[in-house]
Design a binder for this molecule. Structure first.
Ligand code: C2O
Ligand code: CU
Ligand code: CU
Length: 495
């Protein structure tokens, strides 16, 4: 039996705990003045001690086709947004974790240790890897104290792009991400070799949000919050609160990852348009001009910013409100406020206008499918389980819900029957988004996570290539995934 969420028996949260947040909220709100005009009085608003310096994430690059490193999931006292955040979950003591840079065809060896007090594992989001053995195997239970050697063979045809790693132990994923566990994997390749791109100033933004009132308390325990998907009131860029980026080259190549468990980032560069050149799985075929960019949990994007013509004052990268649930008063708490999450400040003047590359990397449409499947997304009460999030009416079970054949091409219709938006994510094989409520989606891009809004039907096309084995698809609001919105996909050898 399935009944709509929030109809009854769900205790409402009376209030969120706001501990030591006054300064930040003030700063956040200050981005939009009382009249709605953008005013920014900058750090003169800051009273008290200067922010503490954040540990910079290490960068590891492959050499001669190999990158081998040691990665430990462990507790650490870190600086988040300029303040001490005790006992967060880190990779090698860093939030975000080390950035790993490889090339197609490389081997990536991670000597992993779980020094947490709960099980964990690693998932390599967006990479075309085997889902079995010691590759992208999300069914591993690595217990506290256990070590494991991941040996990844980066596919020779892996598209250059922005990928990432994070824990994927069912039931623990949202909490571990929210505590800080996430890091970038950058695949270098053809896009990086375009001369205009190569000359650009490259910046990586890992977007994370955190609760400041410590693990295991306050808002995290609130039932409602888990239903919605937890959000923290501190938004960070690479662990920093509102960093200022000095623009020193004619073109900035900004590479973004939403590593938050639930928060959507609706981004706008104040007064400027953004030129998007890549999404989840590498380059678009042509640059795409846009006023704003929506990044759901798990998604990545790359944008170019022309320095020529920018005002010489700091330019705010704004995070705008987004309503991801249709539930009246309750949902409103999650639509958020407008905040400046970073500033870009042009340093060297004058800048030269740069012609943007008009042709990037070709995106070839996939051939016609051999069949179409339908996946409904919903939530409701499940006997014996309580509130659960469901795919095709079923909460996650440890057996394949969907079986496909290697080398087949399929269309999947993703139908949102619920009252919340769900970003749908598939492991191992990326897909192309064909249409949204029957309207063709342009441009054609490679993706691994697609937003299915309330009431929408989104059609994607996927080819199952190279790897047999069992993997998963799920909602990338990781609380929804932990609460059941995940299915197993079995890829069988060709018939
Ligand atoms: Cu980034 Cu299965 O997830
Ligand atoms: Cu993934
Ligand atoms: Cu969801």
């Amino acid at each position: 039996m399935v009944v709509p969420l929030f109809s009854k028996n769900i205790p409402a949260i009376k209030e969120f705990r706001h501990v030591s947040l006054r300064r930040r909220q003030f700063l956040g709100l200050a981005a939009l003045g009382a009249t709605g005009a953008l005013v920014w009085q900058g750090r003169s608003l800051l009273q008290g001690p200067a922010p503490l310096p954040t540990t910079v994430s290490e960068i590891y690059r492959s050499e001669a086709g190999l990158l081998e490193l040691t990665l430990e999931a462990r507790y650490g006292d870190v600086i988040l947004g300029g303040e001490l955040a005790p006992r967060r979950m880190t990779y090698n003591g860093q939030i975000p974790g080390p950035r790993l840079e490889v090339k197609p065809g490389d081997r990536l060896i991670i000597n992993f240790k779980n020094a947490l007090d709960q099980p964990t594992n690693l998932h390599f989001h967006g990479l075309h890897l085997s889902p079995s053995g010691n590759q992208d195997n999300v069914f591993l239970h690595l217990n506290p104290g256990e070590t494991f050697r991941y040996e990844l063979q980066i596919h020779p045809q892996q598209r250059a792009g922005t990928y990432w790693y994070h824990p994927h132990h069912h039931g623990h994923a949202a909490e571990q991400l929210f505590q800080g566990l996430a890091g970038l994997i950058v695949v270098r390749g053809d896009l990086d070799d375009l001369p205009e791109i190569r000359a650009a100033q490259e910046e990586f933004f890992v977007l994370q949000d955190f609760a400041l009132d410590g693990p295991g308390q306050g808002m995290m325990a609130a039932h409602m919050n888990l239903m919605m998907g937890r959000e923290g009131s501190l938004i960070t860029v690479n662990g920093l609160f509102h960093p200022e980026i000095a623009v020193t080259k004619d073109l900035v190549r900004l590479r973004l990852l939403n590593a938050s468990p639930s928060r959507f980032y609706r981004l706008q560069l104040f007064g400027q348009r953004l030129t998007q050149i890549a999404g989840d799985n590498g380059a678009f075929s042509q640059p795409l001009e846009r006023d704003e960019l929506l990044l759901t949990p798990g998604q990545r994007a790359e944008v170019l910013i022309q320095a020529h013509g920018l005002p010489k004052t700091p330019i705010h990268l704004l995070s705008l409100p987004y309503q991801r649930a249709q539930m009246g008063m309750m949902g409103r708490q999650f639509s958020g406020i407008t905040q400046a999450i970073a500033d870009f400040t042009p340093k060297e003047v004058p800048f030269t206008p740069r012609r943007l590359p008009q042709d990037l990397i070709a995106v070839e449409p996939l051939p016609e499918p051999s069949r179409t499947r339908r996946f409904t997304l919903s939530h409701g009460m499940v006997p014996g389980q309580g509130m659960a999030f469901l795919i095709n009416g079923e909460a996650y079970q440890d057996r394949p819900q969907t079986t496909v054949r290697l080398n087949e091409i399929e269309d999947w219709e993703l139908v949102n029957l619920g009252t919340m938006d769900h970003p749908f994510h598939l492991h191992v094989n990326s897909f192309q988004v064909l249409s949204r409520n029957g309207v063709p989606e342009v441009p054609l891009v490679w993706a691994d996570t697609v937003l299915v809004k309330v009431g929408e039907t989104v059609k994607i096309r996927v080819a199952f290539r190279d790897f047999v084995g069992t993997t998963v698809y799920h909602c990338h609001i990781l609380d929804h995934e932990d609460l059941g919105m995940m299915g197993q996909l079995e890829i069988l050898p060709p018939a």
